[in-house]
Design a binder for this molecule. Structure first.
Ligand code: SAH
Length: 425
């Protein structure tokens, strides 16, 4: 069978040559051959010079997605096995505790539209492209061969699949198994349900960001008016002895808490008290379970509430915290919704920073790739101006090491995470 060829236009931006892994319909001059949706196609420039092989999908705006830059390899089951093996080796090399992590991150691992997360002995697969969809048995076979897992669960239950002409699908790939898994992260135990949780159950992309909270969680006692003199026990402003061993810890508000991973790290690193807020009762139950599992229940409290309302109410009631953490879901699902999304981000950040005591900390994230890092920071600047606050950056971070970024593909660089000191103005 001859492989079809897509000739790209002469006058186009040389994105493919710069490492961008997609071809859009408007970039194609002509197609030679009669490719069917999901077939492998050769991408060539206007004079027929080979550029890459990709998966063809005429129904998608991503009409071709690059699978290899070589014209010598055959896109077969063995190539899938090799690519997944390479991605796994990279994690074992770079991720300190690779027993649970993202193993394959789509395009950035040269497997377009394929996500694989490993939760101890369980694997979760998400398929977002037609090319991988019709070859998914190759993925399952490779995973069985490499990992011999207790089970594989598919979480292709995301609306973006429609853009590829695919229905949503979710469930056990083979035999059913218990979908609750306890993963360990930075010494904590975190119970995750790969069937019920958000996305594939947990967010590995913030592992390093959660660890970055460590130095922030202590050093607050003096600001709370607690004094230590010599070898005596600490005393509060009224001269009373302080018995709480976490007297030097921060009071933390963790909004959009989901599994409670930020709350757990806050407690691990010495927080005095953490308030978790999530709109989903199930998420609140999960976070509570994780607090219990790690012995933090007495330092935590939980609210099932809409964070937009909750933040505003707390501002009205003149409540305040040492540290406010905002880790919302992606408000911008596409380019069209970006302006509305920015209003949403600005609102929670504005209210969030009002709740931070003078000199305290705002920890804020966005996982919408439609919102650039520059726009994220300018949105925060606008919020700070409106809230009469001055922000001083401690750290600006991205996704963790198991979520690689292709320099030519801004879509792979989606996560923004900033830690600020907040001052009154
Ligand atoms: N910080 C979390 C991940 C956040 S995922 C963790 O460490 O696991 C986003 C969470 O926001 C979800 O749990 C979802 O239920 C919650 N959410 C979505 N909209 C919300 C809203 N308006 N108010 C409060 N929580 C919301």
């Amino acid at each position: 069978m001859t492989i079809a060829k897509a000739f790209l236009k002469k006058n186009r931006k040389k994105r493919l040559e710069q490492g961008h892994p997609w071809v859009f319909p408007g970039e194609i001059e002509k197609i030679e051959g009669n490719p069917q949706g999901g077939d492998v196609i050769h991408i060539v420039n206007h004079v027929g010079h080979f550029l890459a092989q990709g998966f063809y999908n005429p129904l998608s705006q991503l009409i071709i997605r690059v699978i290899t830059y070589s014209n010598e390899v055959e896109v077969d089951q063995n190539l899938f096995l090799q690519k997944i093996e390479q991605a796994w080796k990279r994690r074992q090399w770079l991720v300190p505790d690779a027993t649970s992590c993202r193993v394959v991150h789509g395009e950035a691992d040269f497997l377009p539209g394929l996500i694989i997360d490993k939760y101890e002995d369980v694997l979760v697969v998400q398929i977002l492209s037609l090319g991988v969809e019709i070859r998914r048995q190759w993925v399952y076979d490779a995973l069985t061969q490499i990992f011999n897992p207790r089970g594989i669960y598919e979480r292709s239950d995301v609306p973006v699949r429609r853009l590829e002409g695919l229905q949503e699908r979710e469930g056990f790939v083979d035999k059913p198994f218990d979908t609750k898994v306890t993963v360990s992260e930075n010494g904590l135990r975190i119970l995750v349900d790969v069937a019920e949780g958000q996305k594939t159950g947990y967010f590995f992309d913030q592992r390093e960001n959660r660890a970055a909270l460590k130095p922030l969680m202590t050093g607050w006692g003096a600001r709370h008016g607690i004094k230590v003199e010599g070898d005596t026990l600490p005393v509060d402003a009224k001269g009373k002895t302080v018995k709480n061993p976490f007297w030097d810890g921060a009071e933390v508000l963790d909004c959009f808490s989901h599994t409670g991973s930020f709350m757990l790290h806050s407690c691990l690193y010495g927080a005095k008290k953490v308030t978790c807020v999530d709109i989903s009762e199930k998420a609140v139950e999960m976070a509570k379970g994780n607090a219990l599992l790690n012995g933090f229940l007495h330092r935590t409290e939980f609210m099932a509430a809409n964070a937009f309302d909750y933040l505003r109410e707390q501002v009205n009631e003149k409540k305040s915290w040492d540290i406010v953490i905002l880790d919302p879901p992606a408000f911008a699902k596409n380019r069209q919704s970006i302006e509305g999304a920015i209003r949403g981000y600005k609102e929670i950040n504005l209210q969030g920073m009002k709740l931070v005591r003078n000199g305290g900390i705002l920890v804020t994230a966005s996982c919408s790739y439609h919102l650039s890092a520059a726009r994220f920071l300018s949105m925060l600047q606008e919020a700070a101006a409106d809230a009469h606050k001055v922000l001083r950056l401690i750290e600006f971070r991205r996704a963790g090491i198991d979520h690689p970024v292709l320099l030519g593909s801004e879509e792979t660089d989606y996560l923004k995470f900033a830690i600020f000191e907040v001052f009154n103005r």
